[in-house]
Write a protein that binds this ligand. Structure first.
Ligand SMILES: Nc1nc2c(c(=O)[nH]1)N[C@H]1C(S)=C(S)[C@@H](COP(=O)(O)O)O[C@H]1N2
Ligand SMILES: [Mo]
Length: 205
């Protein structure tokens, strides 16, 4: 794949800034960085289960093949990492979070979710953000299966929030009637993390 020269990158960055597509304090990247806490887990899809639990009418337990049999979709969007890089026009394939939640049927008091991943990693978000049409549980990006570093066999993608909410190696959703901080949120990051509002750290408005 041809890669951008620095002048080309600057030109593209200027264009997306003009279009209002680049959140404040971000710069455009072409190469996808790898960022996470801890080790890349070794995941065996034969012994994998996705759970939806908590305040739901129908708790779900899905094997990997069952998850992959849910109605799939593709979405193209921009992602924004709190470490100030943004990557544009990413095409993801996966299952809309909406489809998953529609099967579990959150109860009337449900307001938030805690996303669970391998090694006990978590991230919290409002149910409304999870139900956005842009949100997928994805297994591929740019037409290629995710690599283990980027979250294979399944990662959440929440393009409208900073990328730390896009949990790699995801294993479940806990539906709650209150907000509770996940891993990065307990470590100084914002409870919601909306890039266009620059909600980076705990005390940002
Ligand atoms: N399970 C898990 N998911 C995670 C993280 C993590 O530490 N563990 N880090 C988050 C952060 S801070 C970022 S920026 C993105 C990075 O995703 P990438 O490595 O595919 O670019 O993953 C997010 N998802
Ligand atoms: Mo991050």
């Amino acid at each position: 794949m041809a890669s951008w020269s620095e002048s080309e990158r600057k030109r593209k960055e200027h264009a997306v800034r003009q279009q209002g597509r680049l959140p404040p304090g971000q710069s455009l990247t072409e190469k996808w960085p790898v960022l996470h806490h801890g080790q890349v887990p070794e995941v065996d899809t034969a012994h994998w289960e996705f759970r939806v639990f908590g305040l739901v009418e129908a708790a779900l337990h899905l094997r990997y093949d069952e998850f992959r049999a849910l109605p799939a979709a593709t979405r193209t969007n921009d992602i924004h990492c709190v470490t100030r890089w943004s990557m544009f026009d990413c095409t993801w394939e996966g299952v809309p979070a909406r489809e998953v939640l529609a099967r579990a049927r959150p109860g009337p008091t449900a307001s938030h979710a805690l996303v669970h991943a391998e090694h006990g990693f978590t991230a919290n978000l409002p149910l409304a953000d999870l139900l956005d049409d842009s949100v997928l549980f994805a297994w591929s990006m740019g037409g290629k299966p995710l690599t283990p570093e980027h979250g294979w066999p399944l990662r959440l993608v929440v393009p409208k929030l900073y990328f730390w909410k896009s949990v790699k190696w995801v294993r479940g959703l806990e539906v709650l009637d209150h907000d509770t901080p996940g891993f990065w949120e307990r470590n100084g990051y914002h409870m919601r993390g909306e890039p266009f509002r620059e909600q980076r750290f705990t005390h940002d408005p």
